[in-house]
Design a protein around this ligand. Sequence first.
Ligand SMILES: [Zn+2]
Ligand SMILES: [Zn+2]
Length: 422
Amino acid sequence: MSLQQDIDAASAALEGQVIAWRRDLHAHPELGNREFRTASLVAEHLRSLGFDEVKTGVAHTGVVGLLKGGKPGGANGGVVALRADMDGLPVTEEVELPFASKVRAVWNGEEVGVMHACGHDCHVAILMGVASILAGLREQLPGSVKFIFQPAEEMPPEGEEGGAALMIKEGALENPTPGAIFGLHVTSRQPAGVIGYRPGPTMASSDKLKITVQGKQTHGAAPWLGVDPIVTSAQIVLGLQTIVSRTLDLNREPAVVTIGAIKGGVRENIIPDSVEMRGTIRSFDEGMRDAIHERITTLAEGISAASRATCKVCITKNYPVTRNDPVLTEQMVPTLTRVASTGPRPMGIEVVPKATGAEDFSFFQRLIPGLFFFVGVTPPDIEPSKAYSNHSPRFVVDERGLEVGVRALAHLAVDYLTSKAG
Ligand SMILES: [Zn+2]
Ligand SMILES: [Zn+2]
């Protein structure tokens, strides 16, 4: 049997185990930087498979495993990385399942329900399955595979560092440095087992915006005696909406500027001293991202000055654009196509639209070529556009998608290493 057939056979044999892992993880979700149980399951599993290295405690709870193949790898690309994120969300599960989460925890000082509402339980189970398969075939692997189990993709708790950025800071991409990295996300937007991808910008950059407008408090009946930060803020909100609609070249990429919270004032007849606004900024191009930040600051300050108020603009850069390396994507699409058109339930592959959601897989892609793709998990009897989406308390996973995810990552790793080994 060829290596490809070996992978498919091993994946079929392992499907029940991967589903069992996923259900166990689903019943025991953990929040970002608190993935203690998940990380120890993962580390124990990798050790039991005879991995050459298993590093724990990377970026708090991350696990990095190295599996060395029995054949020499190519000079420049003898290492490939696979990544799964491990954290759950502060969401109270509303799905009735025997393995539904009943976990509660404290998030930023508040007691919350915890749920794998983004499907990271699937990602961990899938990558554990890939580890089993590739460890079983290690003598045939031309090079090494680095397994990155990452904490806190959904952002660490306030005041903590975490996620992909911290893993990189702590050396996850060094010793050895992979030539490429692959990752996937399960999605409600596609039927179970369908693979989705796109070359280039795929998911948005995500930045946090806070604007504090400082006026001068006065009686609501005598606005001329003070400076009204509420009217100023209203003008700023409207002004911000002209950045995307009037100043960006939308032939290049779309963008979003959203104000999601405004706070100011305590009663009807007092003009308050200040107003605070919070928002989010999404873009698909790093140049446009910088331009939006500059425009927001100029606009908010200009409108404030014209209103005799002052303002402070604070923009926190969260995640960069998730940008699939075009050359790597082109090279690996035949692999994904083969995976999607074979297996026990061939479902197919499609090029998906950009998504304005964000992913910290983007931090890895800034340093090495990466490909991030999607695997559908919506049951066939539900129209994907009507399915409860990732992050919903009613998000459900059709577990038939997991087997596709396992084969996809295993074949990507092996095909990539084989192509480099020549
Ligand atoms: Zn998410
Ligand atoms: Zn996610």
